[in-house]
Design a protein. Structure first.
Length: 126
């Protein structure tokens, strides 16, 4: 009888496992009953990815609470199902600096900067 081959798992597979997605179910099946191995930094990568998901959720939650348009250049946020959150999502792509399309959503004050309400971090116009 041959010994089962060990499996190296990466952070993205662990995240899917934790989120219990379809990909996570496939990952669970792939690692069931095998010896798992991962680099020492796996914990840090998983925690970083979870923190990113939480930060993304905060942007969506704020836009929903304000009934606002979410403006993003983040591919992950761009994939948020519109029907689930019921707010418009404006996806911009820019290579450096602030895109002209984004400026329209960040009204400038006299200093050329958008005003921010510190209680909600919501962009306000003049």
């Amino acid at each position: 009888m041959s010994k089962a081959r060990p499996v190296v798992i990466d952070a993205s597979a662990v995240i899917e496992l934790l989120r219990r997605t379809a990909a996570g179910k496939r990952a669970a099946a792939a690692v069931e009953g095998v010896t798992l191995a991962a680099p020492a930094h796996l914990d840090a990568e998983v925690l970083s990815a979870l923190a990113r998901l939480a930060r993304d959720a905060l942007y969506v939650a704020l836009a929903v609470a304000l009934n606002a348009t979410l403006v993003t250049a983040d591919a992950r946020l761009a994939r948020v199902p519109r029907k689930a959150i019921q707010i418009p999502v404006h996806v911009v792509k820019f290579e450096s600096g602030l895109s002209p399309g984004l400026r329209a959503f960040a009204p400038a004050t006299s200093g050329g900067h958008a005003r921010v309400d510190p209680r909600m971090a919501a962009v306000r116009g003049p």
